[in-house]
Write a new protein. Structure first.
Length: 732
């Protein structure tokens, strides 16, 4: 009597597996040919793949051949060929066991490779691991049956039981009685093989059937017929023809050098539809980038379908490289970001603040009073402020967020005044509309418009300190005119991709490029000289360079070009007031026209220099006080702003000094700030009832970096002196 479970396992289930196996392959080939692949990861890792793949595939081929002979060929056939049952059994154990072990080892290597190598693991999906796990379980049971059960327990006549059952299934006369007394490990081996065959059509195992045997009979030139449109999940009339087209006769001509292929061409509609468009518009990419590259945006049904770099920039002339094409991979993929499910399309507020706001609003009933209730309560204010930097954002409605922002602005204006509201909008290169609307709003309410450097905190502070402007950024094309370029603090190939070609092209003119990076970055490949300081020490390297430049081009010898440059374009000649601090002095602030009692516009904002020609204190053009005075002297002409006469600012007071005083500054290392005391030349001024001791920025700079000019104090004697300083020997 056959149990119901045996009826299911050995009568019904085999046909279900066969139908799913064959039908699944046919369906997948018909609707998903692009995924009919082994999904090779050879580019990600080769050594383990080469070893594991060779062992597994050669071993499994012999194992499959053994299963075909052992299960489908009746024992009488092999006996008629002179092979006894005992001889066949020994041969199956030796050959099957050996090839099974080889394939088993290869399968484990492939499994561990996919599990342990991060790049392979990240490109794997659940079915990849499921297939390998099922193969390992099935092979473990098979090896146990072959090498342990048959040898150490009892030789099992699987050819007259399992083989007979399988042949009965294939001839549509299933007989489950053959399987009733089969050992459980043999049955489990078959059941796991069921599962493997069931998922086979939906995994990478379909590549087993992709042998290019039909390539051998293919003509040299292939012509394809125009196919009809395929509708999803609908079988076409020539479906069978598509599946078996390789077996159909082919129409050949031109002495068999050419043929017409019967392959379906409906896939070409996908390609054609992909590149269709209704109109082209001009735009750029708002990815917080100052490149402002011009792109042609192709639109279909209101959707961006693809983009192309514009190639109609004005020419730079015959002696300069052109700007075009401008763009980068981040911009080229921007249309995908527009429709990404990860794109933020709603306002998000920190959860703690949102809870406090809703509670306060329900209590007070007035938005402004609700905000006042939160910020004037130290405990509540600390709750939402201490939550910063920890994430926890929640989605809110536009109305609720606008109400909260408006309440905060109104409360701040009423309590502290509008000039306590600081803000910034997206940078102009990102969106002129957003920038203009936001900046106009701040101006209308009396707020303060910040720069994007205040917002992003990445201002190169040397620019405003030396030149008085935020940044002195020259045109990227001008790199081509430079003969010596130091790239420091920027990875141009990544962050200025549209302009990077100017750096490469400048090298063709003989420009020497020095790159200072702690690691090998994308811009390092442009370098003639690569300097790789230890991380965190590039500031010391820069200060050492300053020390050498000052020593060798300003003190040991005065290079006229350098001297004239810093007098005109930097603040080094400006006079600085020194204040007494114990036994030494410390730098205070610039000496200003107001300190001299001069009755000039914006006197508090005009700096002072010593004129070498007249030995008098003068107010030069160009300081910030002239920007808003309407005097027409917001320029860098070396002139006395009062008399209009040319001046020659004193860079140093040495030789003109009334005294030498000790000034305390600091150097910094891993131990923290280290005070250093060094002498600087000074002038003593008496204006009205006030006494001033002043020196120049240049003299303070030399003292700070430790350039010894024979003055008293803790100056290093050479580049290798171990005293705290910014000399090269200490910073090395």
């Amino acid at each position: 009597m056959v149990a119901p479970l045996d009826e299911v396992l050995w009568v019904s289930l085999p046909y279900i597996v066969i139908v799913v196996f064959i039908g699944g392959h046919v369906y997948r080939y018909a609707v998903d040919q692009y995924a009919w692949t082994s999904k090779s990861s050879e580019l990600l890792e080769k050594r383990w793949l080469n070893m594991g793949s060779q062992l597994f595939h050669w071993g499994i081929l012999i194992v499959i051949l053994g299963h075909i002979i052992g299960l489908l060929v009746p024992p009488g056939v092999t006996q008629a060929m002179g092979v006894t049952t005992e001889e066949y059994h020994k041969m199956a154990i030796v050959l099957g066991g050996a090839s099974g072990l080889v394939a088993y080892l290869g399968a484990w290597i492939l499994f561990l490779r996919r599990l342990l190598i991060p790049r392979v693991r990240k490109t794997s999906d659940a079915t990849d691991f499921l297939v390998l796990v099922l193969i390992l379980i099935t092979m473990t049971l098979g090896l146990y049956n072959t090498l342990i059960y048959d040898i150490f327990v009892h030789p099992f006549p699987y050819r007259s039981t399992i083989g007979a059952w399988l042949r009965s299934v294939l001839v549509l006369q299933p007989n489950p009685n053959y399987m009733v007394n089969v050992p459980i490990t043999f049955q489990l081996h078959i059941i796991f093989a069921y599962i493997l065959f069931l998922i086979w059509p939906f995994t990478r195992l379909v590549h087993v059937w992709s042998y290019p045997i039909f390539y051998l009979r293919r003509a040299w030139i292939i012509y394809r017929r125009q196919g009809g449109r395929r509708w999803l999940f609908m079988l076409r009339a020539n479906f069978i023809k598509e599946i078996f087209r390789h077996l159909l006769p082919r129409e050949k001509f031109n002495n068999n050098w050419s043929e017409i292929d019967n392959a379906d061409r409906a896939w070409e509609d996908l390609y054609r539809n992909r590149w269709q468009y209704d109109k082209v518009v001009r735009s750029t990419h708002g990815v917080n980038c100052t490149g402002s590259c011009s792109w042609r945006i192709y639109v279909k049904d209101g959707i961006v379908v693809w983009e192309h770099q514009a190639v109609d920039y004005p020419t730079n002339g015959p002696n300069m490289p052109e700007y075009e094409p401008r763009g980068c991979p981040r911009g080229a993929s921007f249309s995908w970001y527009i429709y990404s499910p990860l794109r933020i399309k709603h306002p998000y507020v920190r959860g703690e603040l949102m809870r406090l706001w809703r509670e306060a609003l329900s209590k007070t009933g007035d938005p402004v009073r609700a905000w006042e209730y939160i910020v004037t309560n130290p405990e509540l204010a600390n709750r939402y402020k201490s939550a910063r930097g920890k994430g926890g954002f929640v989605r809110a409605s536009w109305d609720e967020v606008l109400e909260l922002i408006s309440a905060a602005l109104i409360y701040t204006i009423k309590t502290y005044g509008p000039d306590r509201i600081f803000g910034f909008t997206p940078i102009p290169a990102m969106s002129m509309v957003s920038f203009s609307s936001g900046s106009r709003f701040l101006e209308l309410i009396g707020g303060v418009m910040l720069s994007f450097y205040d917002w992003y905190a990445d201002l190169p502070i040397a620019s405003p300190q030396v030149w008085g402007e935020q940044t002195d950024v020259h045109e990227s094309a001008d790199w081509f005119n430079s003969m010596y370029i130091i790239v420091w603090g920027t990875n141009i190939a990544m962050t200025r991709t549209p302009d990077a070609h100017f750096l490469a092209e400048a090298r063709y003119r003989g420009t020497k490029v020095v790159v200072v990076t702690t690691d090998y970055t994308d811009v390092t490949k442009f370098a003639d000289l690569w300097i790789a300081p230890k991380p965190g020490t590039d500031a010391a390297l820069a200060m050492s360079m300053v020390h050498v430049i000052l020593r060798e081009f300003y003190v040991d010898r005065q290079v006229e070009y350098f001297i004239n440059y810093v007098k005109k374009y930097t603040d080094l000649p400006f006079l600085v007031i020194l204040e007494k601090s114990g036994d030494v002095y410390i730098p205070s602030r610039f000496l200003r026209a107001s300190d001299l009692g001069l009755n000039v516009p914006n006197a508090e904002w005009k700096t002072v220099v010593l004129d070498l020609d007249t030995k008098r204190l003068v107010i030069p053009n160009g300081s910030i006080g002239f920007r808003w005075s309407n005097e027409g002297k917001w320029n860098l002409k070396l002139e006395d702003s009062i008399t209009g006469k040319p001046i020659d600012p004193a860079l140093t007071l040495l030789g003109l000094h009334d005294d030498v005083v000790l000034v305390r500054t600091y150097v910094f290392d891993e131990r923290g700030p280290i005070p250093i005391v060094r002498g600087v030349p000074v002038k003593k001024l008496n204006v009205g009832n006030k006494d001033f001791i002043v020196t120049t920025v240049y003299d303070l700079l030399l003292a700070h970096v430790g350039v010894n000019r024979g003055l008293p104090g803790d100056y290093p004697s050479s580049y290798d002196d171990p005293k705290p300083s910014h000399r090269p020997g200490r910073n090395q």
